[in-house]
Design a protein around this ligand. Structure first.
Ligand code: H2U
Ligand code: ZN
Length: 340
């Protein structure tokens, strides 16, 4: 087991059972004690309303429409959608090395709040719960027409987020994307062999060990996965077996909002900045039939390594061979527990 000291101080590889991919862990490179650089980077003070912002209530968007004067959340079709619903269905697979097909889909933008100056963890728990409700409603709505609905959030300029107004996105398409195919085949394989959802068994083991748990409440657990690639990557898991986000009970929506508030505030505390990340939900695809090993979960992939300005780059060995990390998932979980 990984707690064994011979492994923990030695370069080793860990398997991500959700994707089937390995990650190289080099703990000997992170032996130096933590010098928590308390570097409070220049936090711009934002106004509650920005007349130039295309997400603020009442403002003009690129397509010439004005946003409504919304009070809580607001969803609209992305004016620069990467996917379009009405495409001719074409499949060009006549040469095995030149395969391509058209793909129907749609992209929506979800404003979390009319307030330009807030981020999700700065919002009231009741307002976070409205965002959870929209994640569910949008998934149910788009799931009627599309196989895959990807709910996600890019937070922070460093993640390519173009506007600080709190918002996320929802993309839906009639195909299973690469990451989903990997997780589906790994979870199915595990389910066929062990007759339990992979992530249910995994959570049970993590709760027993405790060393990678960041926080939990009655319905949810946040942990740094054993196979994390990003320094402070986390996995958010329900304790109950849930296939899709649309199945959350009122109680689970409320406890989810509470854990989001606490754990995302912890992320902000880590380097004293509004913590950047890409996050998104994974659950059973909407054309899922019958028994399956799927378990709902959210991934948080933050890019920062050592401070507000020191980012982990996925380059060199990672682009050409496989992902590598220095600080261990156990150390990352301990750091996150300290700032909650
Ligand atoms: P990101 O900053 O997370 O990329 O999201 C903002 C999205 O808003 C982006 O995808 C869209 C961009 O295409 N957008 C509009 O739909 N209308 C606009 O008027 C500007 C930006
Ligand atoms: Zn705004």
């Amino acid at each position: 087991m990984i707690s064994l000291p011979d492994l923990i101080n030695t370069p080793h590889r860990r398997l991500n059972p959700l994707t089937g991919e390995w990650v190289l862990v080099s703990p000997q490179r992170a032996q130096r004690p933590w010098r928590g650089q308390v570097e409070r980077s220049a936090q711009e003070k934002r106004p509650a309303y920005d007349p130039q912002c295309y997400l603020c209530p009442g403002n003009l968007r690129a397509n010439g429409e004005h946003n409504p004067n919304y009070d809580h959340t607001f969803v609209f079709t992305n004016d620069f959608s990467a996917l379009l619903p009405d495409v001719p269905l074409l499949d060009r697979s006549d040469h095995p090395l030149m395969r391509a097909h058209t793909i129907p889909g749609t992209c929506r933008v979800l404003c979390f709040s009319p307030r330009h100056d807030l981020t999700l963890p700065e919002m009231e728990i009741g307002d976070i719960q409205r965002v959870v409700q929209v994640w569910m409603d949008q998934s149910a709505d788009l799931g009627k027409n599309y196989r895959w609905v990807q709910v996600f959030e890019n937070k922070g300029e460093i993640m390519g987020c173009s506007n600080p107004h709190p918002h996320g996105q929802i993309w839906a398409l009639n195909a299973l994307p690469n990451e989903v195919i990997k997780e589906q085949s790994q979870q199915d394989r595990y389910f066929n062999e062990y007759h339990q959802p992979l992530l249910m068994d995994y959570l049970e083991k993590e709760v027993e060990l405790g060393e990678r748990i960041v926080i939990g409440n009655e319905d949810w657990v946040v942990l740094v996965p054993f196979w994390a690639v990003w320094p402070f990557e986390t996995l958010l898991l329900p304790k109950r077996h849930i296939l899709q986000i649309t199945e959350l009970t009122k109680g689970e929506q409320s406890s989810l909002s509470q854990i989001l508030k606490v754990f995302l505030t912890g992320y902000d505390n880590l380097f004293n900045i509004s913590f950047p990340y890409s996050m998104g939900w994974h659950g059973a695809p909407f054309d899922n039939e019958g028994d399956s090993g799927w378990q709902l979960h959210a991934h948080y992939y933050p890019p920062l390594l050592r401070s507000a300005t020191v980012k982990k780059f996925m380059v060199g060995f990672e682009m050409l061979a496989e992902a590598q990390r220095d600080i261990t998932p156990e150390q990352a979980a301990a750091r996150l527990r300290e700032v909650l």
